[in-house]
Design a protein around this ligand. Sequence first.
Ligand code: ATP
Length: 428
Amino acid sequence: MASATNGDLAGPSRVGGLPRPGAAADAAAAAEFAAKKWVWIPDGKEGYLQAFVVQEEQNGEISICSLTDGQSRQVPTDDLSKMNPPKFDKAEDIADLTFLNEASVVHNLRQRYFSGLIYTYSGLFLVAVNPYRSLPIYTDAVVASYKGRRREENAPHVFALADVAMRNMLEANENQSLLITGESGAGKTENTKKVIQYLAAIAMDPSASSVQAANPILEAFGNAQTIRNNNSSRFGKFVRIEFTSSGAIAGANIDWYLLEKSRVTTRSEKERSFHIFYQLLRGANDELKSKLLLGKTPEEYDYLKNTRKHVEGVDDASEWNLLLEALNVVGFTPEEQQNLFRVIAAILQVGNIQLADDRSEQARITNAAQVEKVCHVLGLPQQELNTALLRPRVKAGREWVTQARTRRQVLDEMAALCKHCTKKRLLI
Ligand SMILES: Nc1ncnc2c1ncn2[C@@H]1O[C@H](COP(=O)(O)OP(=O)(O)OP(=O)(O)O)[C@@H](O)[C@H]1O
């Protein structure tokens, strides 16, 4: 449990925490538990249900169990999992459980979660359950309560891991890594931000905040709404923070990998493309849009038309303003910013190029003005783009030959070009 030192804080140890039952209540609960053979039985709806075994049949292969609501169930004995005594309720470390089965782990995490305790240790690991609401467990006071403390002194928290990593680095003079993993929507990005917040705070160096300042940029170009997460990172991140020997921050950088480029041309109708497309169309001022020859709405663009357009709680226009602010803070010049948006606009314009096959199945462009727009935005000669798309010169053995493309081939070529541009844009 949390130590008295942070007991006064609105920190994790207090968030929704239930008062601990007194010693007498503990003893009564233990006695009641000991009187019966308590088990978890699998349940399609609840996962696992609490029950006790009333009797065994068929040479012990079937158990007749009584649920807490009085109902009776027959369950194959092999499907039962042993339950831990009440003294293990809301255990801070799953590794402490006497019976370490899936049912007990789920029960422990669930009980803690409903008490606002989203973090639980599992030996050296920390399990985080996404609360999907803002908890008061990341304040400056909570940061202070974890600084330099032993793990046992505080409730489980991502700050505690960051603190151990920091101490190990300073004491052993060795690099430290925190691996944050989980399925989409689990909370990896949020917890990564909390680690950076903690390290920046204890290093008392605001320069780490430049990693935070870069977030709106990474998220605009690399995140999208999916059915699992309205702000899903569609790429992996490796955040590196360098420290001096005294623990001050010397620098920070972010490497990215495996960007889901295909999202720019294809994705489910219930999802969106990368946020930047919607932000640019809904947030940019008329001057920028007219320079980029852009319209006003996602519906006007083939690559966006069949996507979800709006996401609850997301205001693309105000996100656009945050993006511009972040680009300025991180140091993008106005010209560099414009170049970024030119590529984004060009992707939208390329997607609107319309094609038909002529009689010999050779592709032709039916809206030449659209190619003009692409070329204007990217500053390319129109004839060259036409040739590259419709009749490129390719190497066949030692010879260079002109290849006539079909409509399908040109569409694929355009999609490949846009995916490549998407990747290059994140490489900023
Ligand atoms: N600790 C937390 N406190 C409050 N809300 C949280 C927390 N962790 C996650 N969330 C909420 O859940 C959402 C999804 O979390 P997050 O984006 O961190 O998931 P992820 O694991 O990075 O997903 P993906 O792999 O799709 O990028 C967040 O936008 C936030 O609303």
